[in-house]
Structure formats: structure tokens, C-alpha cells
Design a protein around this ligand. Sequence first.
Ligand code: SAM
Length: 260
Amino acid sequence: MNARPKKSFGQHFLHERRYIERIVSAISPKADDRVVEIGPGEGALTLPLLAAAGRLVAVELDTDLIPGLQARAAGVGALEIVHADVLKVDFTALARRLGVARVRLAGNLPYYISSPILFHCVDHAAAIEDMHFMLQKEVVDRMAADPGSKVYGRLSVMLQLACRVEPLFTVPPGAFRPPPKVDSAVVRLIPLAEHERHDADPQRVHAIVKAAFAQRRKTLANGLKNLLDSTAIASAGIDPKARAETLAPGDFVRLAKVPA
Ligand code: SAM
């Protein structure tokens, strides 16, 4: 059970039972659910999720962990291990292969790529029912931040335009082996229904949000100067002298819809 955790893979294995139980009970997997776990590691979450759902797909990059996982899953349920970098996994195609409209994602994520994983999931939001992720607490705070907050930024806007963000609880470093240097938190993300999603060009939205927050201190007119001029910004009903951190997520959608 005790492979040596690899720093390069962001391996911090959860061992405190009460947190494992809280995560599994937040997910409450049912027998028909198609749960996909990102980074199963030694199986702390995999085995209870598998026991509840009866089947599970787990995406793991570290080959060394796979035989142990397979052995531990024997007799618990049908575990399919996909040996891959999660950033290369097409969740939309995976849902189709599993015969469902949407999969449920779960995982104690490798922190070194937590933001890329979140953006990747947002790209596949229509094929995802919900997500329960353990992340650095600081990242969860940024995801859930409101306009005007010091930590409100690109991650807050991009996540909130795609999902409802519900921070659930904090997990201390001592719950992991080895302990990470920071506090962690579990968050639930529920992708917006089709009628709640915006209808602007997603790439344009992303480009505007990225440019607007690239230099937080600048005015929008300055930050967006390669994308929109002041008149165009004002035509969306937004003050060109405002700063990105004061805009609501929907304001960025309005900006993305202004003809360039
Ligand atoms: N779920 C386990 C637990 O809670 O104890 C392990 C969590 S550990 C923080 C992160 C896991 O993600 C490790 O098993 C690591 O090998 C795996 N991992 C790292 N990079 C990955 C990637 N790009 N794609 C898939 N899995 C990855």
C-alpha cells in the first residue's frame, strides 16, 4: 500500500478516514452513476467510490500505481484504469463511450496542474454532471470569489461563467501523506444547464478575461487595448476606466459580444 509518493506527480495521499468519508458522502455516488476519478493514487477515494457506484473509471498518469490499484479493487467493483495525462482525456468522448450524457468527476487533484485541469473541465462542461475536487484552499477561494475581492480574477470569472461553485470544507495538511505545505479544500462544481450558459464565443470571452486581468491595476481601456477600444467598451454599458476586478462575470460576456 505504501509506494513512495512522487513529488513530480503532485502526490499527497489522503489517509484520514473522516475526510475520505466526508468527500464520499458529499459525492453520494449511486449505482447508475458513471464516476470518473482523476488521480486515484493508492485508492483512498477510489475504493469507497467504487464500492458505492459498482463501477468507476480512474485516470492515473503514474504507471507504478496501477498494479496496486487493480489488486485493491478486485472484488470491490469494476474498475477501469485509464493510464493517461488527464489533460489529454476528452471527457465528452468518454461520456459517449460509457453510454451516458454526462459523467461525474471526482478527485484529489495534483496541485501542480490544478488550474489547467479546471479549464479543461470547463471546456467539457456539457458532458459533466458535477465535479467534487480537492484543491489548494487558496485556489478554491479564488474560484468562489466575488467581484471586488482581492482574489477575484480569471479563474473566478471563467469558472463562474460555466458552473455553480460551492466550497464545501477545508482539509488540513496532516490529513495527507506527505503533508502539503498549504491548506486544502473540497469544492463542488455544478455545470450550468444549457439555458443558463452564455451564448458568446467562448474563445473571445477567454481572450477578453485573460487580457483584462493580465495587469490588474490597469483600466479596462488599457488592458483590452488590443481587443476593444474605449467606445466599444462603453457600448457594452461598461466604464472603460473601470478595473477588471470590479466587473461581474456577465460583464465579460457583454464585452465579448461587442463587435471588434
Ligand atoms: N486520490 C489519491 C488520494 O487522495 O490519496 C491521490 C491524490 S494525489 C494529490 C494526485 C494524484 O494524481 C496522484 O496519484 C498522481 O500520480 C496523479 N496525477 C498527477 N498528474 C496527473 C495527470 N496529469 N493526469 C492524471 N493523474 C495525474
